[in-house]
Design a protein around this ligand. Sequence first.
Ligand SMILES: [Zn+2]
Length: 428
Amino acid sequence: MAAPQLLQPNFHVKSSPTEEFEANSPRSISPHTNTEPAKPKYHPLFDSSEADIILSSSDRVWYRIHSFTLRNTSGFFGTLFSLPQPQSSRSCPSSAPFEEDSGVGGSSAEEEKEEEESASPIPTHEASEILTLFLLLLTGKPVPTISSWGSPACRAKLGDPCSSDPALSTSCDVIERVLSLAEMWDAPGPISYIRMGITSPTFLEKDPVRVYAMACHFGWDEARNLAAQHTLTIDLLREEEPTEPEKVIAEPRNPSESDTVDAGSTFASTPSAETAAASSIQRGLERLASKDLLVLLDLRKRRTDNFRMLLNSPVRFSAGNTPDYLCARCGVTQLDNQSWRLLKDALIFEMDRRPLGDQIVGKPVKGLGGADIMNLGAMEWPEAGPCWQARCTKEGCGGLNYDRVATLRQIAYCIDGLPLHIDDFRKC
Ligand SMILES: [Zn+2]
């Protein structure tokens, strides 16, 4: 199994399954087992006494599951269980063939109780929140909506303890960890389920960079292209949040906060939604291979370069871009295009930041972005007013330099025609 590049896996069944079996004692391979054995706390959805394998999460939740299921849904366990096993212990995964020792042969209640007390789970380093979702997928049981993963409601529904792990604060965090686990355990079922889920509008609009990173890692071309298009709605290379406390104090988000925030505690406050979004973008970028990041940057650059070229075209914007263009009304005065040049600079600056252009036209572009219906786009920008108000200076003429409606319509045409698909450098 290839080591994942997507993220640092939090999961480690020990590196060599053979070594585990030779040790023949899960306690020798678990970091938890140096302490007193914990009382078994079976997950309510995985507590069937007929199951012959016990997996343990890092927070000591136990899962009873059939070895047959593990063997047939996970390449890792298929290999693990095919290795020669000692015949002494039945609760250890290194026990003799599970078909012969599955506990369905009619052991007495006392034996079962004794067995439970002496049960030794296979330890994993994965939190119960992750392991529960993974095993639900693996065993074909009902799974909460993928967009709810990581939420308190989802944890409560599954009976998992609240996670204190800051690395599991969003749905994408949880999805990435379940994906990583599925990859490490060579479980294609959970991976295919997540593949369908992450292309929902919820994720594409909220975390397109993270979705793009996952799609790149697993080679999901359709999801990759969709996610790349959605990254055009965000300022991918935005500057980091301010790190100088003085700056934050000088511009308090809420005047009442300025009294209680001092330089030492400024950044101990709860991060804003904007900061959280920036952090998520940053984490997504960190997971990208350089070739995949280049693909994203290339798409942005092609759109910006094309847009700049179209804006400077004298064919599309003749009044503003044609040298010595004369007033359309009097035919005498040469236009002063300063206001048009300033508007073009503002348009290109915006396209450079968010190359979709929905913030310019104030509506969705090719079905993407434009969520804020109150945004009227460039029409109401401060750079636009002087442009629409510019008039011929000849006495008695006063003709408008530019046709506002025609100009805005032409800008929208330009944006609609910009490239929207990524070029795959990997195939070059
Ligand atoms: Zn004129």
